[in-house]
Each structure stands twice: as structure tokens, then as C-alpha cells.
Design a protein around this ligand. Structure first.
Ligand code: NAD
Ligand SMILES: O=C(O)C(=O)C[C@@H](O)[C@H](O)[C@H](O)COP(=O)(O)O
Ligand code: ZN
Length: 379
């Protein structure tokens, strides 16, 4: 509490005197990069960015609520001699619309950005996804750097190069796989993150516990309240480090999602449908994925893949997350959106299931009836 209060007044404040820093490589040949996790990194951002600064125009893409708190971080770069302009996009999922990509492209032209310019995405997954998409397309591609400010972005969205905007018909239906030059994580940003966003963010961390590393799931079972409160820096550091390593490894193995990377979509097939049907309002991404993971766990159990005991454990952890009620949507509506899912290949849906906690698998045997029954179980 005290920390949050101090940090809210001093955006350059570091909440950690003990260093819990580490680096994780994302191995992608010539596109390889490092994820640096460093409490207090934002106070030295200019040093971290110096290797890329050759006097070119930089654009910081962010949202008003973030800029209001962290403007001193941007000012610090100006003081260090960076040529910086700031572009503000809407503070919610509506920013991931092609009209905002167009607006950012046009503002960048007006600012004199050329192919050497660098886009720095300072924000959560929305800023990162939109910023990455703009960077991938502006003058056919300029470098970009991710500085995530939400826990979701630190454990997932800033890593791996998925960039996108939404269509009315579905989430992330237009985008590119375009890797950042670096991901610079300062967990101190989380001191000002609203609790609802922390809870939503944790969805992507528990996802790794389901699909890959049961020790992450065990941590959710035993230390749920400590995870949500963010009070234990060692625990926070551990959950970020484990998540980054898993995501980096999966992306390194399968950048273009031909196999293993599909596991990262656990809970997303139905979660994305909920977001789409609510017109990207009312339900945060992580919250939608939590509902989706409830459905996927139900189907895994129904198909006899997940034991009674493991299903009950999965359900008990997911039920601890505070979630807003789902809007009334019919199973037909959900199935209609799922039909456009990006994992639909030759008319076959690739659905992510579990055969135990800690092991995800890709199934092409999930029926409409499975989905209908799972929806009845969670609604
Ligand atoms: N590319 C990927 O691999 C990937 C992975 C997961 C999610 N996503 C996408 O990420 C998006 C969700 O991202 P999110 O959960 O980070 O939410 P978000 O980006 O919408 O941010 C949540 C809210 O918190 C505010 N905020 C951000 N950082 C803050 C801070 N430090 N202090 C105070 N306020 C802060 C933002 O302004 C925003 O209003 C979705 O669009 C989802 O599809 C992408
Ligand atoms: O990086 C990935 O791969 C993921 O699937 C991570 C997801 O958490 C993320 O929400 C992603 O944007 C969903 O991918 P999509 O291809 O279904 O849009
Ligand atoms: Zn996600």
C-alpha cells in the first residue's frame, strides 16, 4: 500500500532495494532479442535504449492514464538527448482498431518519422499489439521496443511478436508476426496498476501453469492472495521469470504457430468469442480467457483427458478469480464467432485441451456439443 502511494507520487521511485533482475533470450536467429527484467529499470531507461539511439526520431506510443503517471520516464529520455514525440491512443481495447493504426501512421508522417525511426510501446497489451502492428507496417517496417506496464504484457503480450487489430467479426483478425528489438520489463510499473487489471493479467500466467509448468499452477493454489496483492517481490519476480522463459521457449521453437505455439491459445477460442460478442467492452481479455479456460477444462474432463481430481483442482483455482458476470450470449452466437477462429484449419477447429495440469495438447475432436455443454457449465 505504502509503496503504491509513494510510487503514485514519484514515477521514478523504485519499490525494490533488493535486486531481483534477470535476462531471458528469445532465440530467433537474426531476429533474436533479450527480455530484461529489472526492478527500477524505468529509472535507467535511457541507458537501456542507448544502443539503438543514433539521433533518429523516436515515438513513444502510450495511453493518457499511463502518460499522466509516467511522463517523467519520457522526460528522462529527452534529457538524455533522445528525439522523442509521444502519441496517445484510447485507454481501452477500442484502440486496437484500424482507424487508430491509420491515425498513428499519419501522426508519424507529420512528425517526420522515416525508416530509421523507432517506436517504443509504453503500455499494456493494447498499446503493444497496436504499436507492434504500426511498426510492422509503417514504411514497410521500422524497429520497435516493448516497455510493458501491465502484468499481462510482462508475462505474455510483449513477447513473441504477435501484433494485431480487431475486426467486428473477431479478435486480432488482422495483424503480423513482427518481433521487437527488445523487451524491457520493470515490475515497479505494477505499483499503479488497478487491481482488476492485475487479476485479468494473472490469467495468462496461470495459463502457463495449465499448459506447461504445473509448479506455476501449484503457486496459484497455495499463494493466490499474495499473487494478487503483488506484495511479495520475490514471488512476483519468480512468476514473471517463469512466464517469460516459457513464452520465449515456445516462440523460439514455433514462431509462426504451426504447432506448439497453439498451446498459448488455451482458453482463447471461447474467450475471444466472448470478447467479440461483447464488442470488446465490459470484459477484459484476461477475464474472457479465464472463462475460456473454465470451458476448456470442462471439455478436457468431459472427454476423459483430465482426471476428476485435476479438474476439481483446476476449477477451484479458476473460481478464486473475481470475474464480472458474462453478458447473455447464446451458444449459437459463440459457435458463429468460433467458426472464424484463426486456429480453424481446413474447416477443422484446433482446440487446446489438457490431459493433466501442466500439459496442454491440440485437439481436432472438440464438437459443437462439447462447446455447448461447456458454456452451460460456466454461464
Ligand atoms: N500479442 C500477444 O501475444 C498478446 C498476448 C496476450 C494479450 N494480448 C492482448 O493484450 C490486450 C490486453 O492487454 P492488458 O491486459 O495489458 O490491458 P490494456 O493494455 O488494455 O491495459 C489495461 C489498462 O491499464 C492501464 N495501464 C496500463 N499500465 C498501467 C500502469 N502501470 N498503471 C496504471 N494504469 C495502467 C491502461 O491504460 C489500460 O487502461 C488485449 O488486446 C489482448 O488481445 C496480446
Ligand atoms: O503469443 C501467442 O501465441 C498467444 O496466443 C498469446 C495469447 O495470450 C494472446 O492473447 C494472442 O494474441 C492470441 O493469439 P491469436 O492468434 O488467437 O490472436
Ligand atoms: Zn491472451
Amino acid at each position: 500500500m505504502l509503496r503504491s502511494a509513494i510510487a503514485a507520487h514519484d514515477p521514478l521511485y523504485s519499490m525494490n532495494s533488493v535486486k531481483l533482475n534477470h535476462s531471458v533470450p528469445v532465440e530467433l536467429g537474426e531476429q533474436s532479442y533479450q527480455i530484461h527484467v529489472d526492478f527500477g529499470l524505468k529509472n535507467h531507461l535511457a541507458d537501456h535504449l542507448a544502443p539503438w539511439n543514433q539521433g533518429q526520431q523516436w515515438v513513444v506510443l502510450t495511453q493518457q492514464a499511463i502518460f499522466d503517471i509516467y511522463q517523467p520516464v519520457v522526460n528522462q529520455l529527452k534529457s538524455a538527448g533522445f528525439r522523442i514525440e509521444t502519441i496517445i491512443v484510447p485507454g481501452d481495447e477500442s484502440a486496437k482498431h484500424i482507424q487508430h493504426a491509420e491515425s498513428v501512421w499519419s501522426q508519424m508522417v507529420a512528425m517526420g518519422c522515416d525508416r530509421s525511426s523507432i517506436l517504443l510501446a509504453l503500455g499494456g497489451g493494447v498499446v503493444g499489439d497496436l504499436g507492434g502492428f504500426v511498426a510492422a507496417t509503417y514504411m514497410r517496417g521500422i524497429p520497435f521496443i516493448q516497455v510493458p506496464t501491465t502484468l499481462l504484457a510482462m508475462v505474455d503480450s510483449a513477447i513473441g511478436g504477435k501484433t494485431a487489430v480487431n475486426l467486428t467479426a473477431g479478435k486480432n483478425l488482422v495483424g503480423a508476426i513482427y518481433q521487437p528489438k527488445a523487451v524491457l520489463i520493470d515490475p515497479d510499473f505494477l505499483a499503479t496498476l488497478p487491481r482488476r487489471n492485475v487479476i485479468s493479467s494473472l490469467a495468462e500466467a496461470v495459463k502457463y501453469g495449465f499448459i506447461r509448468d504445473s509448479s506455476i499452477f501449484d503457486t496459484f493454489e497455495t499463494r493466490f492472495d499474495d499473487l494478487v496483492s503483488l506484495n511479495d517481490e520475490a514471488l512476483l519476480s519468480e512468476i514473471i521469470a517463469k512466464s517469460c522463459r516459457i513464452k520465449a521457449q515456445i516462440v523460439s521453437n514455433d514462431q509462426f504457430e504451426n504447432g506448439e505455439r497453439r498451446l498459448l491459445n488455451y482458453g482463447h477460442t471461447i474467450g475471444h468469442a466472448f470478447e467479440t460478442l461483447q464488442a470488446y467492452q465490459g470484459l477484459y481479455h484476461g477475464e474472457a480467457v479465464l472463462y475460456g479456460m473454465k470451458c476448456a477444462g470442462f471439455i478436457s474432463h468431459k472427454q476423459g483427458l483430465l482426471s476428476d481430481l485435476e479438474y476439481q483442482r483446476a476449477k477451484a483455482v479458476l473460481d478464486r478469480f473475481e470475474l464480472p458476470a458474462l453478458a447473455e450470449v447464446t451458444a449459437d452466437q459463440v459457435l458463429g464467432v468460433v467458426a472464424h477462429d484463426k486456429k480453424m484449419i481446413n474447416g477443422k477447429l484446433n482446440f487446446i485441451l489438457l490431459d493433466r495440469i501442466g500439459n496442454g495438447l491440440v485437439s481436432t475432436d472438440v464438437s459443437e456439443d462439447d462447446i455447448r455443454q461447456s458454456l452451460s457449465a460456466v454461464q
